[in-house]
Design a protein around this ligand. Sequence first.
Ligand code: G4P
Length: 542
Amino acid sequence: MDYMEELQKRRTFAIISHPDAGKTTLTEKLLLFGGAIHVAGAVKSNKIKRDTASDFMEIERQRGISVATSVMGFDYQGLRINLLDTPGHKDFAEDTYRTLTAVDSVILVIDCVKGVEAQTERLMEVCRMRKTPVIIFVNKMDREGKNPFDLINELEEKLNITVRPLSWPVSMGMSFRGVYNLYNRSIYLFNPGGNTLPEDEGLAIDDLNGPLVDKLLGDHASQLRDDAALIEGVCDPFEQKEYLDGNVAPVFFGSAINNFGVRELLDTFTAIAPGPGARPADSRVVDPHENKLSGFVFKIHANLDPRHRDRIAFLRICSGKFERNKFYHHVRLGKTLRFRSPASFMAQEKVLIEEAYPGDVIGLYDTGNFKIGDTLTEGERIIFHGIPSFSPEIFKEVVNTDPAKAKQLAKGIEQLSDEGVAQLFTQNQGNRKIIGTVGELQFEVIQYRLLHEYGASCRFSPLEFFKACWITSDDKQKMEAFCRYKTDYLARDKDANLVFFAGSQWDLKYAMEENPGIDFHFTSEFKTAAVNCDPISERVFS
Ligand code: G4P
């Protein structure tokens, strides 16, 4: 198969949802349809049920044994589909944001009883920012949920996107009869309790007003006719381009646990979802048709077995063909590396690969060369956009509780921040370490991992900061003045960029208003050009 054919076969996506909406169940059903697994229960949930570090670690340990759960590849209708797993817990949302940089589209699962939940809004915001095409699956239609029209309105309002139903439910809960597919004009009848794969195709409907519909749906037929007429009247016809541009999200209804609506979802996904797209880098846009390799690391998974310190870096390939044992350029380190045992993931199995193509996500064994956001090329110095650190919201100072293990502690903290577990900021020439996260649970996880993997112990002392933001300026004097005045509120991130800690929302607003010459950035992805004028030397913190 030549390069073009390989490229056109790839579909790389993530399923996102608020915990409990049905992400794991849907993933499993998709893998069953794709023939990648044969029994239900094979996909491990990554849900943290007890909100404790040990619960998280247990999940991570299981995933460490079978890292395959991070990427699930399967073949369906001639396509190679890569499904990327995202963590469910809100404290690990940053991990999900980063995974979203590595996909070309997204399936968003909504619980029809709960509607749009907080986490879903945030995740959707990230998709909107990047114009990622989204298909929405409204799940649990076997339960009494919200009225489907209300749900559609809620989706539009809260997710801030135009939605277009491509299927429509016939009743719900106890009286759920199935869905009418507005795209291919077929009725799919609901057959509850199916953990096996239904072979039934939809029944093509030539005329929604015809007697076949009455025969199939009985009393529900007239409601469906009214609903369908209303949708067709109100919604614009579905245009694939609008979906691909991230302007319209098609909506499907179903019940993942009952295998209902899943095949339709998958068939539509394969028909409309985009293949590997072009990706913006710092100096240019990289096109997947280019024959030179480029890719970026969006996730690092520690192998949690203390006897094997290696980690796996997940590389999304953006252009060119990746080949085993070929030398590639690590842009940040300016180093040449080759990989003897790159792995791909076919559902449950990790397989040694000889080559990989754009859209593929491969696992590279790493002994400490990679950080999140690193780029591999055949020599070109480019850095891919869109793998930012977000401004964290909880800050704590690290206090070493075992002075004999200071080195281990420093190393552990640095490596964990490279993995993206939390963000590390330093003051006093690196002597004062501050960790910033989006959730409390991350602190417990850090403490646990420092102890178990590095033999270091520490405690955290809370800091009353509201937000951290990166600052730059073209005006050296203004920057100097600001830094003199705010010494105690400044730190460096792990790449030595200047960071300002605001004590409160008011402090931040005031600092921004009073310092028009200073730019405040809320993600780490700001223009590096402006940083040239950074007068702050470490003396400021001493
Ligand atoms: P998540 O990964 O998004 O967190 O959700 P998950 O798939 O684990 O599903 C959450 C719960 O919702 C599970 O029940 C699952 O069985 C149930 N569920 C998923 N799809 C449907 C559906 O279509 N209809 C109904 N009625 N329930 C559905 P649980 O009791 O929390 O877990 P379990 O004991 O069944 O595993």
